[in-house]
Design a binder for this molecule. Structure first.
Ligand code: HSE
Length: 408
């Protein structure tokens, strides 16, 4: 019997309890060990809940109980999650988590503390909800030089953009709905401004490129400026707007760099990410031997996320007393400014700008919407961000959306 403690009985924590109850027999068979929740740490009480007697309010009870071998940290946020995680690892307890904020900020340090204490720190649920992606990057793609990751890494924003596109709903109404369904972060700014996606991108890039990607150095733009008119233009182009998180290894002036950004992109039907709708996430990984592989599934929500957390619990039970190798080097990944990164752009300008558009961008094909008589849109050739910004400033544009073309 392995006893565990769950820190936080919210959306994910209650999901962990449900997964462990509903699938108890098969989980125990796969772990070759019976797994039992001994404590649940939360500030609240849960009268009437089947686990109400397991609820404690003092972390020290868990820390000092030698019977607890695994701690599941699903509280979110940096503090006290960091302090509890560190203390648990130092006390010789393995920890698993869905907390991307903590993993993005302190991942290599916590892995190293875990290994120094002969235990494990696992975080499958930190990226892509229920999608297995951490384990494949760390354990499966070991024969490949992974050089690109492009993903839809936030369920809330994908849900919002899909509902706006397919049902013509208003941004505010869909956001409320996503919050009620338990997809959104406590502070929805983290979702809609791209802060959640950028942390996940940093974690995946760190594992893929075996260097630590600092999420604070990654250019991040959210979806709050996307309007119903942008969505109509996307439809006219036969494209969809998605919040993408993308990074790629490249060589600038003979030196290895990584371009990384989170931003709304227009994507065409030639990318499998086009069909990723609703709360679903997908991660396209490119390796020099593999080519492209896509990992797809529910990116948020109680049970899918809990399924990934419990898979880590099973792995930790299977490896009690042994550490799992992690390909995450604490040395910093060199993140280049995106100003030299090249792509096409979709641009909206007022109708009277046709001549300046021609002077700066050359002959362009106009995209016009019947209800917007005073403006038109067009797609540029491939330009670096710097070149584009200079031209856009000269023209005086209404707005622009980046375009993500599939690499050959
Ligand atoms: N708020 C996050 C999302 C939850 O919407 O993707 C899963 O990390």
């Amino acid at each position: 019997m392995t006893k565990i403690a769950v820190l936080g009985y919210g959306t994910v924590g209650s999901g962990v309890a449900e997964v462990l109850t509903r699938n108890a027999k098969l989980i125990n068979n796969k772990a070759k060990e019976e797994i039992e929740i001994k404590y649940i740490l939360d500030l609240r009480d849960f009268p009437g809940d089947p686990n109400e007697k397991k609820v404690v309010h003092d972390f020290d009870i868990i820390l000092k109980d030698p019977e607890v071998r695994i701690v599941v940290e699903v509280m979110g946020g940096l503090h006290p999650a960091y302090d509890f995680t560190k203390a648990a690892l130092e006390a010789g307890k393995s920890v698993c988590t869905s907390n991307k904020e903590l993993v993005a900020e302190h991942g290599p340090e916590l892995i190293s503390i875990a290994h120094a204490n002969n235990v494990n720190y696992l975080f499958e649920a930190s990226c892509g909800g229920g999608i297995p992606i951490i384990r494949p990057l760390n354990s499966s793609l070991t024969a490949d030089d992974v050089d690109e990751i492009t993903g839809i890494l936030n369920g809330t924003t994908n849900y919002i953009l899909t509902e706006m596109t397919q049902k013509g709903l208003k941004y505010e109404d869909v956001l409320k709905d996503a919050q009620e369904r338990g997809y959104a972060e406590r502070n929805p700014e983290a979702d809609v401004e791209g802060y959640d996606a950028v942390r996940k991108l940093a974690i995946l890039s760190s594992l893929a490129y075996a260097r630590t990607a600092d999420y604070k150095k990654i250019y991040t733009e959210g979806i709050t400026k996307i309007t119903p008119d942008d969505i109509d233009y996307a439809k006219a182009l036969g494209m969809e707007i998605k919040l993408l998180a993308t990074s790629r290894k490249t060589i600038v002036d003979g030196v290895k760099h990584c371009y990384a950004l989170v931003s709304p992109f227009l994507i065409g039907q030639d990318t499998p990410l086009y069909s990723v709708n609703g709360v679903y996430n997908a991660i396209l990984v490119h390796g020099n031997m593999l080519g492209y592989a896509m990992f797809y599934g529910a990116g948020a929500g109680s049970l899918p996320t809990a399924s990934a957390v419990v898979s880590d619990v099973v792995d930790e039970v299977r490896h009690l007393g042994r550490t799992l190798v992690f390909n995450w080097n604490p040395a910093q990944l060199d993140i280049a400014s995106i100003e030299n990164d090249k792509r096409r752009f979709f641009v909206r300008v007022s109708a009277d700008k046709a001549d300046t558009v021609k002077a700066e961008f050359g002959e362009v094909k106009k995209v016009e919407l019947a209800n917007l008589k005073n403006e038109f849109g067009f797609v540029t050739e491939q330009l670096s961000e710097k070149e584009f910004n200079e031209k856009a400033e000269k023209v005086g544009i209404i707005s622009r959306i980046r375009i993500k073309d599939m690499a050959e």
